[in-house]
Design a binder for this molecule. Structure first.
Ligand code: GAL
Length: 377
């Protein structure tokens, strides 16, 4: 069975767009291992759109671009596997992919076989050029069925941007994760808007089928395909914390070959990743304070399988803010004799035991994330 926890990996799109090649993939895989990203949990190396020739061969099969991948995809896949990583690729429900390469419409079963023969472990499946006469859920069911029956375990990563009420039907297609928003851009406003749009969707996110809030932009600093001005490290920390708390898959989007130390520190924060990878797979829920003074600071609470909680305070606004959590609001009445032992997951330190509530001040776009363990006073 696949996707016991939110998938973790890297995808070529955010930085490289159509500028992909066998060489890039090999160099990425090499540095991935050297940097310890596999040890941190990142496993799936995924080639996004623009990998194919513009036409199928005479037998109707997809053909890798000869100049980008001169040795074919099996060679790339073998190299990726030789590093202990898993290999992912991309196709689309429609007649063409979003960038105009052949889509899998009416070729679902043969394409699944092709991917399996190349050793593909993960398929991202997009929504462009969708035929109007067939509902989206049928198109995802087709590929879901084809993948489940191609004699190879292939993780199915749906990507229909939250369209057509995807929340209602995506689990029925066999998808292991599903994109719930439009494309992320490397700027604070994009991170903020995506996160805010999914805070009421915690009931649609669970083990084996996760709400994918799109690939990470941590460490892009405005460079590459979706670079739009970039963010600072504090904003990247908030971005990563939100994705961890909200149980999104964690797909790195920056250039791994050029990753600096601070980016690596963010992406390999083990205590944050542990929240994301908790086996119960619960997305954090939003505490609605209904109080304008606190509105910019979102308080998220993620129930963890061992009885503790991930608690995050996120200043989504552009002015200083104050975050506050009354423990009553997460189910702890005042007179129980219990409190929460709080551990700051960015400072990596225990800050003490709190009873009844916790309050903090936050600069714009900053966050604090804690692991809170129930203790008897
Ligand atoms: C978009 C998708 C992006 C990327 C792109 C490729 O539809 O949301 O993540 O895959 O297509 O053309």
């Amino acid at each position: 069975m696949l996707a016991h926890t939110p998938p973790m990996g890297w995808n070529s799109w955010n930085t490289f767009g159509e500028n992909i090649s066998e060489e890039l993939i090999k160099e990425t895989a090499d540095d991935w291992i050297e940097l310890g990203l596999l040890d941190a949990g990142y496993q799936y190396l995924v080639i996004d759109d623009c990998w194919a020739e513009k036409t199928r061969d005479k037998d109707g099969l997809l053909v890798p671009d000869h100049s980008k991948f001169p040795n074919g995809m099996k060679a790339v896949s073998d190299y990726v596997h030789s590093k202990g990583l898993k290999f992912g690729m991309y196709s689309c429900v429609g007649t063409m992919t979003c960038a105009g390469y052949p889509g899998s419409f009416e070729h679902e079963f043969v394409d699944a076989e092709t991917f399996a023969s190349w050793g593909v472990d993960y398929l991202k499946y997009d929504y462009c050029y969708k035929p109007h006469h067939i509902p989206g859920h049928i198109l995802y069911k087709r590929m879901g069925m084809a993948l489940k029956n191609c004699q190879k375990d292939i993780l199915f990563s749906a990507c229909n941007w939250g369209a057509d009420d995807v929340y209602a039907w995506i689990r029925s297609t066999g998808a292991h994760m599903y994109r719930s928003t439009g494309d992320i851009e490397d700027k604070w406003e994009s991170i903020r808007d995506i996160a805010l749009s999914q805070m009421d969707k915690d009931c649609y996110n669970a083990s084996h089928c996760y709400n994918d809030m799109d690939m990470l932009v941590v460490g892009m600093y405005g460079k590459g395909n979706v670079g739009r001005g970039g963010c600072n490290d504090e904003e990247y920390r908030t971005h990563f914390s939100l994705w961890c708390m909200m149980n999104s898959p964690l797909m790195i989007g920056c250039d791994i070959r050029k990753m600096g130390q601070e980016t690596l520190n963010i992406l390999t924060n083990k205590e944050l990743i542990a929240l994301n990878q908790d086996p119960e797979g619960r997305q954090a829920y939003l505490i609605d304070r209904g109080n304008a003074a606190y509105n910019n600071v979102k308080v998220l609470v993620k129930p963890i399988s061992d009885g503790s909680f991930g608690i995050g305070f996120f200043n989504m606004g552009d002015t200083d803010g104050r975050g506050s959590l009354q423990f009553w609001d997460i189910g702890l009445p005042s007179l129980t004799g219990y409190g929460f032992k709080m551990r700051d997951l960015w400072e990596h330190e225990n800050i003490g035991v709190y009873k009844e509530n916790y309050t903090c001040n936050l600069k714009p776009h900053h966050c604090k994330v804690f692991r809170a363990e129930l203790v008897k006073n």
